[in-house]
Design a protein around this ligand. Sequence first.
Ligand code: NAD
Ligand code: MG
Length: 393
Amino acid sequence: MKPQGIAVLGATGSIGVNTLDVVARHPDQYQIIALTAHRQIDRLFEQACRFHPLYVVVADAVSANALQGRLREQGLSTEVLHGAAALERVAALPEVDVVMAAIVGAAGLPSAMAAARAGKKILLANKESLVVAGRLFMEAVRQHGATLLPVDSEHSAIFQSLPHGYAGNLDASGISKIILTASGGPFRQHSAEALLHVTPEDACRHPNWVMGRKISVDSASLMNKGLEVIEAHWLFSAPPERIDVVVHPQSVIHSMVQYRDGSVMAQLGSPDMRTPIACALAWPERIEAGVAALDFFSMGSLTFEQPDFDRFPCLGLAFASLQSGGDAPAVLNAANEVAVAAFLEGRLRFVDIARLVEATLERVSLAPSHSLEALLARDEEARCFATQWVGSC
Ligand code: NAD
Ligand code: MG
């Protein structure tokens, strides 16, 4: 059979690298058509030398020219494109069957949307697409016959624990709750006082997962779980009151579905993103992902706790923004992106991330936008407010 053509958007990131690791194990089944990166040009160059894509995309013309020269020297005919429009272009190429959407932040939304509008099979790591534009994104998937498969480990677990062919109606499938597990992050046991002094390095030292810096900070603040609640809402048509969060520090159970009759279906595995990536890539088949089998006898006990909404207010803010609807989740996400970047640059304390998000939600209009352009304008408005807030604190 002809190999499936793949575009990896965000190829140089944590998810991108793991995706290429899985793809490299199955050269007969998958062919890399396009790879994209923002700034890590050397890593992209190495990836291009290894996978020989038809296209690579970088942020700007200067890096594109330099990279084009280096690839030619290697005898490669890969064409180097640049800029945001090129991301959308490669996501919709006719040679591309599968798009791995693994850019971080709302910057990944237009290209993920382009993949949806082109009717592609979308492996969605970029949860921010659904947080910012859940309704429009799901409509585009339906209208254009795209296939949407979750890569986020929790949503992959839920997807695998739902009845086969689940059609988006919890009641009709006998489901009472979606249960998202959360590791609790590196500050799970920190006091409110200790949280005042944590550094970006502390926040990026996740106990179980190795991830990009933005999602690592989100995991530490529990905003990541909040974004995942919103993501689950759109993926599985679940209202917020039917989504529970359970802290499970070992990250062995990746999430669960609770049924009306008392059954709870869970998916377990080592905390290794190659499992959900391989699951989405090959679905409904199963392929080798290079992941070690779970060792039940060395695992120790599995424990569960309530999340602490007082020490981690971002989780409550995300639930509240989903409940209020309209553009609230988009505003929440934009403010969080500005706050996390400022925290990583040492311009904001960790505890101020939630304060900034809350202030932005109070000050920016949350009225619903009905087009991608209007949503992106709202995103920009929220970023402007949040940037000024950082400047004044
Ligand atoms: P990362 O920071 O490691 O990588 C991000 C990628 O996006 C890089 O290739 C970078 O070059 C590219 N990028 C960054 N800004 C860009 C921009 N403005 N335009 C175009 N490209 C840009 O991030 P990651 O940890 O791989 O996460 C990627 C996405 O997957 C995020 O949405 C994250 O929430 C989600 N996710 C990640 C994990 C994980 O384990 N890392 C798990 C679940 C979900
Ligand atoms: Mg996750």
